[in-house]
Ligand binder design. Structure first.
Ligand code: SF4
Length: 1015
């Protein structure tokens, strides 16, 4: 029953000494049982590796503390099931609820349901259990304490009682059982000859007690510990205290290893002097030891670039390298992204929460749809999920998206039902081209809506039965049945997704188990989804064995102990990252921690962690840190960085700036190499065909970028596609029938014309309730058309106003279906406002009635059997079709043409002269020549909202604001000639209109020359 405490600095041969002892005992008594206890799975692997290199370790058990508890308990016939994390979460939830119902929870009552609180209570219980603080001890300690602490003590007691009641144990329960067994049975671990405890730097209370009792039953126990007795060094401060605790507890034979650490020279120098007071010689390092990067993500790239370099150039296997970071949560995604780009296989010491798996997230998103009233965006995200087969083709889903956009479905099944009714009744074959702003291209044209509606029914069936209250077991069966129906498991193929499915099964079993344990009661769907979400959050997404093979280990800096690696990177040596900023625990304060023997939260002596971490490297070591914060502020180095760096000369440090010229042969990925080559304007590896091809593509990209950056848009990358000028001339020959608005679109921006009129793209908008400008304009047009048709030519203003209310009511009633919008809560108010506008506009129109009599409304030319307008533009004709809002005639048989506009933007003479507003002369010519309604005398735009004529009008003579009709025709023909020539030549350059780009331009979402509209 001997106990030895082997003390020594890192890499001084403690583990080697242990292996020798194992071999000695094995050579003398080959069948004797030996146990090696190490901190974690990484160290199990490492110890086994060393053991096998030293000649093998058959019959030697290497495991964590949990493994030896399990062995002793099992050997003595004790098999108590250990609860899974998700089951523990559920049980804790129940414990808290019962305590609340029993009036034991007042201080924490408001936050009792918060997942953060449940997690915090779980941590408190776990810490107390590890520190070997019994429920009664905690209860009596808190008797005279604050309400908060008393409530925690009650929760702790209740939770342990619950476990005992169901005869299960929690994660920390095994050690308590093992201690109790060793106390009561002096031979419980009698079969074990030798126990080696290697790689620890402290033991919590329960482990101390376990080791004490175990040491009384096994033949030999050897505990290795870093540091030495009575050391005054900062880096040993924590271990010095721990050493004294062990000596007091076990009275071991203390052996101090005197050989100096077998570290490479730089590391040895660091080990000896870091954080020591005084001045030291600045040594020259044989390689870089410190890299400062301008951001944390760049730091992650530098760390992995360094590893890749060692792996590829020096042949160091990835599994002999490690990266440790204090704030792994922040660095994790950055390291993941860089590893993916650099092609480095990595694995993390700690798995992520199961909720982070894409497959699990898809299930949760789908289940949350009804609880969020089927928000349209979320619904389509689920429909597009690769994990489900909804029996809908991609085209069906796109068509459904078109329906939801057209019918402005924001959320809810009712909106879908109502939308189907609406769209199935609407005239789905018609497009309208009133003008650019009000034009209406029917997005549902060509969709078999009835068939689509029927196919979509199967989606709603997934959620059948959610209104019931069920047992959790019932809900689990319900979910499994849905997942089968959606062929979820058939879509799973990646290793990570398969692991996620295992986690899902465990989570579902935990739900059922928790119900059996905590009593049966029915819950509604919302509660089931929330319970499932919280349960899955506490499950871990384990990495498969294969994913860990030959992979770089990435872990927390506190885990950098015991194992040794060829190369180690330590990240985050800037202020606030490492040493970690210490905050007091809001639940268990420092005094309580000290009194009950829990680990302190303040003054944690992180120097020891730092010392342990850098001594893990056998041959190569790198410290990294960011020197700028996210907002570009200077980020100060940590004291550990300053101390370590001060021991070496400048050559050991590299500070990488954003503009620094990098050697292309050091690039860790093709993307990175090309990025640097572009920065340096030359590719060094011209003989590599793959790189050369990428490089040439980038040269082309540079030309495109330069073209887009130049002030004036021109050339082939800015819309000049003369390569297809032959095809364009053929398409837009003199036979082509133009809409009246097309040339205006070209005049306002040629690229807008290209995208909208040639590619037929539509601006995609997020569905919103209520009217948009185009719909409002179309309602106004419809009311004016109907009112004047109904009123007849001889009616006066009062008679017309008498009609308007009734007619507007009819238009408003059919508007949502006819014009495809979902009335908002403001629709009643909007109707009142629209009616008032229309009444004012009619008064205005009637005031300038004179002897004009309306004779044509929404008069078509070039369609429905009406003659096209053929316009001679000199040498050829342009043929046009369109609608004319209104034509009036006077007693002389002359006509005036009115084009209604919702608002008065771009309706001046200048807009006609500049070729931006050409409809009015086209309509006037169409009325006169195509429809033969009479000779044009007048013409103007009518601004409905302002109830007045536009400033652009036809008159007998040109003035500053008005234009003679014949002159307007001359302007029109000149522009048509020039626009047509440009279109045939392929000139479609983007040119933002003077007052900015209209939001109905489909290119507004991606156009690099987009200018927001000025109002
Ligand atoms: S966004 Fe502006 S510049 Fe671009 S195509 Fe549209 S109107 Fe032209």
């Amino acid at each position: 029953m001997s106990v030895e405490l082997l003390l020594g600095p890192p890499a001084s041969g403690k583990t080697e000494n242990c292996i020798e002892r194992i071999q000695n005992i094995k050579s003398e008594q080959p069948l004797s049982k030996v146990w090696v206890i190490v901190p974690d799975s990484q160290n199990i692997f490492y110890f086994r590796q060393r053991l096998s290199k030293a000649g093998g370790g058959i019959g030697v058990n290497v495991g964590t503390f949990s493994a030896i508890y399990g062995h002793i308990l099992e050997k003595n016939g004790i098999f108590t099931p250990v609860i899974t994390p998700s089951l523990e979460y559920r049980l804790l939830q129940k414990t808290i609820e019962e305590a609340y119902a029993n009036n034991e929870l007042t201080y924490y009552s408001d936050i009792r349901k918060k997942p953060g609180f449940i997690q915090a209570v779980s941590n408190v219980i776990s810490e107390l259990r590890s520190a070997y603080v019994s429920r009664d001890e905690f209860l009596s300690y808190t008797q005279n304490s604050s309400k908060a602490k008393q409530e925690l003590a009650h929760l702790n007691k209740r939770f342990i009682e619950q476990l005992e009641e169901i005869n299960w144990i929690d994660r920390d329960g095994q050690i308590w059982q093992a201690i109790s067994l060793l106390e009561n049975n002096p031979n419980a671990a009698g079969d074990i000859k030798q126990v080696i405890v290697d790689g620890f730097s402290a033991f919590a209370g329960a482990r101390q007690e376990f080791l004490r009792l175990l040491s009384e039953q096994v033949n030999e126990m050897v505990i290795t510990f870093p540091g030495k007795r009575n050391s005054k060094r900062v880096v040993d401060r924590k271990t010095t205290d721990e050493i004294e605790k062990i000596i007091e507890l076990l009275s071991p034979n203390v052996i101090e290893v005197t050989s100096s650490p077998r570290l490479f020279p730089e590391s040895q120098y660091l080990e000896k002097n870091v954080l020591e007071p005084g001045e030291y010689e600045q040594k020259k390092a044989s390689e870089r030891l410190f890299i400062e990067a301008y951001s944390q993500s760049e730091e992650a790239r530098e760390a992995l670039r360094w590893i890749k370099n060692l792996n590829k150039r020096e042949g160091i296997p990835l599994d002999s390298c490690a990266v440790f970071a204090a704030d792994l949560n922040t660095y994790r995604p950055m390291l993941k992204a860089a590893a993916e780009e650099f092609g480095i296989k990595i694995h993390f010491s700690h798995p992520e929460s199961l909720n982070r798996s894409a497959a699990i997230q898809s299930i949760l998103n789908l289940l949350e749809l009804p609880t969020e009233d089927f928000q349209t965006r979320a619904l389509f995200n689920s429909l597009h999920s690769p994990f489900f087969d909804f029996n809908l083709e991609t085209k069906d889903i796109n068509d459904l998206e078109a329906v939801s956009n057209h019918a402005h479905i924001v959320a809810g099944r009712e909106q879908w039902e109502e939308a189907w009714e609406r769209v199935l009744k609407t005239n789905m074959t018609r497009d309208e081209d009133i003008d650019d702003e009000s034009q209406y291209r029917n997005p549902l044209k060509g969709i078999n809506l009835q068939r689509l509606k029927e196919k979509f029914e199967s989606f709603w069936k997934i959620f059948e039965g959610i209104e019931e209250n069920r047992l959790l077991e019932g809900w689990t069966t319900w979910l499994e049945e849905r997942l089968d129906r959606l062929h979820f498991y058939e879509q799973i193929d990646g290793e990570s997704d398969q692991e996620a499915c295992k986690g899902l099964q465990e989570g579902l079993s935990a739900l059922i188990m928790s119900e059996r344990i905590s009593g049966i009661h029915r819950v509604d769907y919302k509660r089931f989804v929330s319970d499932l979400e919280n349960t899955l959050k506490s499950e871990r997404l384990d990495e498969s064995r294969a994913s860990r093979r030959n992979a770089l280990l990435i872990g927390k800096i506190t885990e950098a102990r015991a194992s040794r690696f060829d190369a180690v990177v330590l990240m985050g040596f800037s202020e606030g990252i490492f040493p970690v900023v210490e905050n007091p625990d809001p639940f268990l304060d420092e005094k309580l921690r000290k009194d009950l023997g829990l680990e302190p939260r303040l003054e944690r002596e992180q120097a020891g962690t730092f010392y342990q971490a850098f001594t893990r490297a056998s041959n190569h070591l790198l410290f990294t840190r960011p020197y700028l914060s996210e907002d570009g502020e200077k980020w100060e180095p940590s004291p550990y960085w300053i101390s370590a760096k001060s021991l070496f000369d400048k050559s050991a440090v590299e500070k990488i700036s954003q503009s620094q010229k990098r050697h292309q042969f050091n690039a860790a990925s093709i993307q990175e190499l090309l990025f640097w080559a572009v920065q340096q304007n030359q590719l060094e590896f011209q003989d590599d065909q793959e790189l050369l091809t990428h490089w040439q593509n980038l040269q082309s990209a540079r030309l495109v970028l330069n073209a887009r950056r130049s002030r004036k848009a021109s050339g082939p990358y800015e819309g000049h596609i003369d390569q297809i000028s032959g095809a364009l001339a053929e398409k837009y020959s003199s036979e082509y029938v133009w809409s009246a608005s097309s040339f205006e679109t070209y005049g306002s921006c040629p690229y807008h014309f290209f995208v909208q009129k040639m590619l037929h793209l539509e601006a995609k908008k997020t569905p919103e309730l209520g009217l948009d400008y185009a719909q409002e304009g179309r309602i106004m047009h419809r009311i004016l058309e109907r009112v004047y048709k109904e009123a007849g030519p001889d009616s006066n203003v009062d008679q017309i106003l008498d009609l308007i209310e009734l007619i507007a009511k009819g238009v408003f009633e059919e508007a949502p279906i006819e014009f495809g919008f979902r009335p908002s809560a403001l629709w009643d108010v909007e109707q009142t406002q629209l009616l008032a506008i229309m009444q004012e506009t009619i008064k205005g129109l009637e005031e300038c009635r004179g002897d004009w009599v309306p004779v044509a409304f929404e008069a078509k030319f070039g369609s429905d059997g009406q003659t096209l307008l053929s316009l001679d533009i000199g040498g050829e004709s342009v043929v046009l079709h369109g609608y004319i809002d209104r034509v009036d005639k006077n007693s002389n048989g002359e006509i005036r043409v009115i084009d209604y506009k919702r608002s008065d933007s771009n309706l001046s003479k200048k807009d006609l002269i500049n070729g931006k507003r050409l409809q009015l002369p086209i309509y006037a010519l169409a009325s006169q020549d195509a429809l033969a309604l009479g000779k044009v005398k007048e013409g103007f735009y009518w601004v409905i909202k302002d109830a007045k004529k536009s400033s652009l009008k036809f008159a007998e003579f040109d003035t500053k604001y008005v234009i003679e009709f014949s002159k307007s025709v001359e302007v029109l023909t000149n522009y048509l000639k020039s626009y047509l020539a440009n279109i045939r030549e392929g000139f479609f350059h983007p040119e933002p209109p003077d007052d900015g780009c209209p939001d109905y331009c489909p290119a507004a979402q991606w156009c690099w020359r987009y200018q927001p509209r000025s109002f």
